[in-house]
Design a protein around this ligand. Structure first.
Ligand SMILES: Nc1ncnc2c1ncn2[C@@H]1O[C@H](COP(=O)(O)OP(=O)(O)O)[C@@H](O)[C@H]1O
Ligand SMILES: [Mg+2]
Length: 370
């Protein structure tokens, strides 16, 4: 077992050998029973793990996470996704969201918890992680991820329900770019952060906060970049994510998966689609369009990879940018950003940082306080 903790402000490391039986669950490299109270503990399959180097993660110590999770009272189901249910829960008089995975999905639960606990990940436009807990009631294991609760729900739900003002559109798009720029960015140094690519960006995986800004959520498919060795922290499988939002190079499998930047470029393509969903709902000159998913007019619901590939790769089609958007500065800028997110060549697309700068300038020009 290798652990890292703070003692009088000093980072300290210990390495000890523990038995197979002390692993939770037994035999797997997850939490060690003795991990409670430590900030970061890693167990390996092998008897000795001397060459391990751990960093202090962001997030609560594991025993605090467990205590929090075990005092939450579940209230109602608020979402269903790939892996199970999302509940609203009450904790100390406030609301929290609890994503519950079945024990079959242990890998997914562990992976998402691991990503959320990447050092320096915390950001106002990334869903705030509170705790992970594995609760065994004797018959089965319940796997929980606890996070901040956002009553507006996903951006998809929000746009279905409401149209937005120009100001609202800029707040949503700028905050989403802010969150994605932080996720993508590598911060160097011992307390640094690796670059992270989301790989399943879409309006259902972005939440809307009370102040009408975005928080990027559902980090279960994310990959992290180790720039020292130029490697990706899990073997990335070919096509994960949501077919409708897959970039052309993902659909036709030409993406270079050894190259971390490729995953960031695929995220930008998906961000452009999300921007299109938002911009359509913008009230300008008294008009706004109804909510639609990207490619609603070109593919059936729940499209197959082949159906998407035909439209996006072979025919090189993209969502329609209406001509009348050119008459309104904010929509004109949005249309231009989208086009530059949708290039067939991933490397030619904008970066999240570039989009953030363009939208910050737009918010100044439009006299919007963010
Ligand atoms: N923190 C939260 N606050 C409010 N609603 C949430 C929250 N987290 C998830 N949801 C709702 O649950 C849905 C599924 O959550 P998500 O994390 O995307 O799970 P999955 O991995 O199963 O897709 C979201 O689309 C959203 O509607
Ligand atoms: Mg999801």
């Amino acid at each position: 077992m290798a652990s890292t903790f703070f003692n009088n402000g000093q980072e300290q490391h210990i390495r000890v050998c523990i038995t197979r039986d002390s692993l939770v669950p037994p035999g797997q490299p997850f939490y060690c029973l003795s991990a409670e109270g430590y900030l970061n503990t890693h167990c390996c399959y092998t008897d000795y793990c001397n060459s391990m180097d751990l960093k202090i993660p962001s997030g609560l110590p594991l025993f605090v996470q467990r205590t929090v999770a075990r005092t939450i009272v579940l209230q109602e189901i608020i979402g269903k996704g790939r892996f199970g249910e999302v509940w609203r829960g009450r904790w100390r008089g406030g609301d929290v969201a609890v994503k519950i995975f079945s024990s079959r999905e242990e890998r997914s639960w562990f992976r998402e918890a691991e990503i959320y606990q990447t050092i320096m990940l915390r950001h106002e436009n990334i869903l705030g992680f509170i705790a992970a807990d594995n609760k065994d009631n004797g018959t089965w294991t319940q796997l929980w991820l606890v996070s901040d609760y956002h009553e507006y729900g996903s951006l998809f739900d929000y746009l279905n329900r409401y149209s937005v003002t120009t100001e609202g559109m800029i707040k949503l798009t700028l905050s989403a770019a802010n969150g994605l720029a932080h996720l993508h960015m590598e911060i160097l140094g011992t307390q640094g952060k690796p670059g992270i690519a989301h790989r399943d960006l879409k309006s259902k995986n972005i939440l809307v906060k009370k102040n009408c800004t975005c928080a990027i959520a559902d980090l279960g498919l994310a990959v992290r970049h180790d720039s020292a060795t130029d490697t990706i922290d899990i073997a990335p499988n070919q096509r994960v994510g949501t077919k409708r939002y897959m970039a052309p190079e993902v659909l036709d499998e030409t993406i270079n998966m050894k190259h971390f930047e490729s995953f960031k470029c695929a995220d930008i393509y998906a961000l452009g689609l999300v921007y299109w969903e938002i911009a359509r709902r913008c009230n300008t000159g008294g008009v706004h369009e109804e909510y639609q998913l990207p490619y609603y007019d070109l593919v059936p619901s729940d499209p197959a990879i082949d159906e998407m590939r035909k439209v996006v790769c072979d025919q090189n089609q993209r969502p329609n940018i209406p001509n009348w958007w050119q008459s309104y500065e904010a929509l004109r800028v949005m249309g231009k950003i989208m086009r530059e997110c949708w290039y067939a060549n991933g490397a030619a697309r904008l970066t999240a940082l570039r989009i953030k700068k363009t939208l910050s300038q737009l918010s100044i020009d439009e006299d919007i306080k963010i």
